[in-house]
Ligand binder design. Structure first.
Ligand SMILES: *Cc1c(COP(=O)(O)O)cnc(C)c1O
Length: 400
């Protein structure tokens, strides 16, 4: 699953090139850096790998979401629809830019349910953020079609799915833009880091300027100090060392995915012995990045029984209904409107009005699916003994 499993000579070589140049900053230092622009190179190579024309590197997957939403012009008064099964970062970004998060159900893809999406669209919906959770694509073509018909932007949160495709087309390249995370536990990692990809040159330019205090990045007299600006921004710049590691990791992504697929197939075969088991709907098996293996049991009670056996065998699976970071009813800080600000923002707006209220029981279809879904993270370098132990555990679980 995480790219740190395959750190090696390539990463060291890349980082050393940066240290040898002495330039950690992605801009400026033209004479000193001798043509080494690791972040720029990473942006170009990543975008082209993922079927897009432009890449914008940033400091994290969370920053990528925020910069993308700003680039799309989303803000206060707008509703942004995402799914109730995602990492908290998705809706934190929506709240941070002052918009209102609206949550849909997931379906057997474990991603956004297009039927529920249609019900949640209002005149205020400005953007839809489907999330390609657990390594596999959402019903992205259907979602983009729904959005296009209503002139709504689609931002694909692809943080968990670099390398995932549908008929060869990479996630992140279907909507207006797609965001990725390279944090420490993601499929490829730069320690911290993120990327936004898009085919829209204007959107890219806006994001590029916003992520760097508005700098226009043109060849101005006086260099960086002479840059002009169109609007205010902030600092979400990626460092050259991160870009360097990213280049080495990107070179290993296809290998990582092929290893995942091999290991996932072995586990799926073993899990097939469990009576009543069914599998997560994968849009295109060949395009599954397979960083996770997800299977459904008959009901919540069955999934608990199965997981008890797996745990006893030293191979417990994740049940996201128990985890507090990824599923809506467990987001007590969102449901309870907990924030650092004295005013209560972003939950409380002008004149002390509550901006929105969430009901923990609002997503029953997701609760059913997530309650009976067990998930294994898939390692790149799983050893044979560990894999055999997991298979034995799954076969034992078939007896209960
Ligand atoms: C990890 C993750 C993020 C945030 O990425 P960071 O780099 O950790 O900020 C956003 N969305 C999803 C779905 C994630 O899994």
């Amino acid at each position: 699953m995480p790219g740190f499993e395959v750190f090696g000579e390539e990463e060291k070589q890349q980082v050393n090139e940066v240290l040898d140049s002495g330039v950690l900053f992605r801009y400026e230092f033209k004479d000193q850096r001798k043509g080494v622009y690791k972040v720029k190179e990473f942006e170009n190579k990543f975008a082209s790998y993922a079927n897009s024309t432009h890449g914008q590197a940033v400091t994290s997957g969370s920053a990528a979401l925020k910069v993308a939403l700003m680039g799309l012009g989303v803000g206060p008064g707008d509703e942004v629809i995402t799914q109730g099964f995602t990492f908290v970062a998705t809706w934190e970004a929506i709240l941070e830019i002052g918009a209102t998060p609206v949550f849909t159900e997931v379906d057997e893809t474990m991603n956004m349910d297009p039927a529920d999406l249609k019900k949640k669209i209002t005149a205020k919906t400005k953007c839809i953020i489907p999330v390609h959770m657990l390594g596999a694509p959402a019903r992205i073509e259907e979602i983009v079609a729904i959005a296009k018909a209503k002139n709504i932007f689609v931002l694909e949160d692809s943080a968990q799915a670099p390398g995932a495709r549908i008929n060869g087309k990479h996630v992140g390249s279907f909507g207006d833009c797609g965001t990725f995370s390279f944090d420490s536990v993601k499929t490829i990692t730069t320690g911290e880091g993120g990327m936004i990809i898009t085919d829209n040159a204007d959107l890219w330019r806006t994001m590029s300027e916003y992520h760097d205090h508005g700098h226009d990045h043109l060849d101005n007299p006086g260099g960086r100090g002479g840059d002009k600006r169109r609007f205010i921004g902030s600092n979400y710049r990626m460092m050259e060392i991160q870009g360097a590691i990213g280049l080495a990791q990107l070179g290993k992504l296809d290998y990582i995915v092929s290893q995942h697929q091999k290991h996932k197939a072995i586990l799926k075969e073993a899990a097939s012995a469990i009576p009543g088991v069914s599998f997560r709907h994968i849009m295109d098996e060949k395009g599954d990045s397979a960083s996770f293996f997800s299977f459904f049991l008959q009901d919540k009670e069955h999934s608990s029984r199965v997981n008890e056996v797996l745990r006893a065998e030293g191979c417990g699976a994740i049940n996201f209904a128990e985890n507090t970071w990824h599923f809506y009813p467990k987001w007590e800080h969102l449901l309870g409107a907990k924030t650092c600000t004295a005013s209560g923002w972003p939950f409380v707006g002008g004149e002390n009005r509550k901006r929105f209220v969430y009901d923990p029981a609002a997503l029953p279809q997701s609760a059913d699916l997530i309650g009976r879904c067990l998930v294994y993270p898939i390692a790149v370098k799983t050893d044979e003994a560990k894999l055999a132990q997991m298979c034995t555990a799954l076969k034992k679980a078939a007896q209960v």
